[in-house]
Design a protein around this ligand. Structure first.
Ligand code: UCC
Ligand code: FAD
Length: 595
């Protein structure tokens, strides 16, 4: 009896292992070849190959250790003085240093490769994120803050900009982003109670902030950009968006090293992102410098969130690639019903589904990074066009990739069976951390409404995006690829694109022929905004995948594109599109909620 137990226990499952995250990622390497000029790629590819090893041989262990040794808040010192110190692990600190050394922010601002600099940077961020134990989060906000400071051209902040973009770990600063308050994270105009009072006797632009910020991630950073409400001539808070301005805040006094009239109350106890210190804090007269006009705070911080939302997309694609890389490897080691999983058709189908979803998100990420690079460096009007497309693509890429990450990570965890649910495999954390991606930096519904608002405000952005799509489809059609499935994908995508344009046109037409009081004749059905944004994402990715397959003529790329397109791309409900049924559509929703 005893012998049989020990015999059973003698067998041990081999764990999954990871190789070089750059060279193993064929999709990434191929897409880069089509997105980046070859002379640029030749120059930075060796760095990507080197980094592809570093992320699995060094960064991954640090990231896992940062999760095992989460941050804590020390409120008082031994003598009872309030210190509010965020204590982080040595692993978290090492990740800070690696981020600087690797130029994870600097690369985007040195612009050594022109527009391709952002693609290079985002490729490194994609390689880094899933190993980094969420150090990707402070980096996202640092990048966003760097862009705001760069655009502000404020001479007082040149040194801070240099810190945010430094490659020297001793110099490198990270930034926070303080928007959310208790009363509202999505509706910051309604929710912001923090007041900005001009500092008496100080130079114009110097303020002190009073209020509370409800979620402040990477609270161990050196600075932050914060929204706060300004006062009118009578000293009353100016309501709504027109009262908000954007402020620059340093966490600590540069002479004494003490917090700048900031109190950290506690660190949040979160579902995931355990490695990341997310604090609730109050500002109690904190010195701040105004960076925007009064009333332009949201527009100013939008320059930051448009960068952080792309980092979110990078983290989403990275998480998907990681769980898939692990699952693929495991499939070659795990047996069920007498065969390896990799040799079983349905298991292969599951992996193939994950591969197609991951590729789709990688395509949209690198396309957005290319456009960001162009918007920042290309000569006008190319940069203006890139900015217009990006205005739509950024929320679309963020909301779509975040949801896909949750789906794919969940499927990936299940691929490991019971082991996927066991903490010390490191697998459950992947899903926990993915779940935050659709919430922060604009939740899915809020971004869907942002897409709608941006599109109605600036219709040329959609026109440019769809024109690019047509160009990609025309290009694929002209290559005569002798692949019937891809031909079908081209035809289907064309039809889907037409359907989407026609749906939008009725509202654009109605906006221009609005009633005298400014109200549209038939308002855009808000409840369809989410389906619309997802449809746009699927269409855009379809164009990118088809075009890519047409360039490489590779069978795997053709399969991937065909699979992406074999499910409906556009899923807007036609009942809402039909004004005569609009009221019916609405009442159907009301009755469903009443059930
Ligand atoms: O969650 C956060 C940090 C998490 C940690 C970091 C993670 C990073 C990723 C890591 C990867 C691992 S920070 C909190 C994030 N919070 C949000 O994203 C808020 C979500 N809510 C929205 O996005 C809303 O749509 C609001 C706040 C923008 C809506 O506010 P308003 O006041 O109603 O805004 P309006 O009226 O729509 O826009 C006001 C102005 C307009 O410009 P002007 O004044 O010139 O007419 C808009 O065109 O702001 C402009 N604007 C934009 N411009 C609004 N949104 C944008 C945009 N996205 N791009 C350009
Ligand atoms: P709400 O605004 O109350 O939204 C609740 C739900 O309602 C959401 O699902 C939303 O999509 C939906 N909703 C809202 N408006 C509409 C509408 N008009 N129509 C349909 N649906 C709608 N914030 C910071 O500023 N800085 C940080 O560093 C930071 N770090 C964070 C870290 C973590 C781990 C988390 C989880 C959050 C963090 N946040 C941070 C906050 C985050 O950005 C907000 O939680 C988020 O923007 C949503 O705001 P809220 O929580 O107030 O939700």
């Amino acid at each position: 009896m005893n012998t049989s137990v020990s015999t059973r226990h003698a067998w041990v499952q081999e764990p999954p292992s990871l190789g070089n995250q750059y060279t193993d990622d064929t999709a990434l390497r191929d897409i880069l070849r089509t997105v980046v000029p070859s002379e640029d790629l030749e120059r930075f590819e060796p760095d990507l190959e080197r980094f592809g090893w570093r992320v699995v041989t060094e960064v991954k262990d640090l990231g896992q250790r940062a999760e095992r040794e989460p941050p804590r808040l020390e409120s008082y010192d031994a003598w009872g003085s309030r210190i509010d110190k965020v204590v982080t692990s040595t692993a978290w600190k090492a990740l800070h240093d690696i981020a600087a050394e690797e130029g994870l922010i600097a690369t985007g601002y040195e612009r050594n490769f022109g527009a391709a600099s952002r693609v290079y940077q985002f490729t490194k961020l994609y390689l880094f994120a899933s190993s980094s134990g969420l150090y990707s989060c402070p980096l996202a906000m640092t990048d966003g803050a760097a862009r705001v400071l760069e655009l502000s051209r404020d001479p007082h902040l040149l040194k801070s900009f240099a810190r945010l973009t430094s490659r020297d770990p001793h110099e490198f600063w990270t930034s926070g982003q303080w928007m959310t308050e208790k009363a509202g994270g999505s509706d910051v105009a309604g929710g912001t109670e923090t007041l900005a009072k001009p500092k008496e006797g100080a130079a114009d632009g110097e303020y002190e902030l009073h209020g509370q910020k409800w979620f402040t991630s990477a609270a161990d950073g050196e600075m932050s950009l914060a929204l706060a409400r300004c006062l009118d001539q009578q000293g009353s808070p100016i309501p709504g968006t027109r009262g908000l301005a954007l402020f620059y805040v340093e966490m600590r006094d540069s002479d004494t090293g003490t917090l700048n009239l900031i109190k950290l109350h506690r660190l949040k106890n979160k579902l995931g992102t355990k490695q990341l210190p997310t604090a609730e804090l109050s500002l109690e007269g904190t010195p701040a410098r105004r960076l925007s006009l009064v009333g332009k705070g949201v527009a100013a911080i939008a320059k930051m969130i448009n960068i952080t939302r792309l980092h979110n997309t990078a983290a989403a694609a990275s998480a998907m690639r990681r769980v898939l890389a692990l699952a693929r490897d495991y499939a070659g080691r795990r047996r069920a019903f007498g065969k390896l999983l990799i040799d079983q058709p349905l298991a292969r189908g599951t992996l193939a589904w994950m591969e197609v979803r991951t590729r789709g998100c990688l395509h949209i990420l690198l396309d957005a990074a290319r456009l960001l690079g162009e918007a920042e460096t290309a000569p006008s009007p190319r940069s203006e066009r890139a900015s217009a497309v990006l205005r739509l693509l950024t929320p679309v890429a963020k909301l779509f990739s975040a949801k896909e990450a949750v789906r794919v990570c969940s499927e990936g965890i299940e691929f490991f069976g019971g082991q996927g649910y066991i903490e010390d495999t490191g697998l459950p954390g992947i899903l926990r951390d993915a779940q935050v991606l659709p919430i922060w930096e604009g939740a899915t519904n809020v971004l869907s409404l942002d897409v709608q608002r941006a599109l109605l405000k600036e219709p040329t952005s959609l026109a440019a995006l769809l024109e690019d799509l047509q160009g990609r489809l025309d290009h694929a059609a002209s290559r005569q690829l002798a692949c019937p499935r891809l031909d079908l994908a081209v035809t289907g995508t064309r039809a889907a694109s037409r359907e989407l344009s026609q749906w939008v046109q009725q509202f654009q037409h109605n906006v221009s022929s609005a009633h005298d009081d400014g109200t549209a004749v038939h308002a855009w059905p808000e409840e369809e905004s989410r389906s619309f944004a997802f449809s746009l994402a699927r269409l855009h990715i379809a164009g990118l995948m088809i075009n890519h397959a047409a360039v490489t003529k590779d069978k795997v790329d053709m399969q991937a594109a065909a699979r992406w397109c074999c499910k409906p791309l556009v899923t807007i409900s036609s009942t809402s599109a039909d004004p005569s049924l609009g009221a019916w559509g609405k009442s159907a929703e009301d009755s469903l909620l009443a059930m």
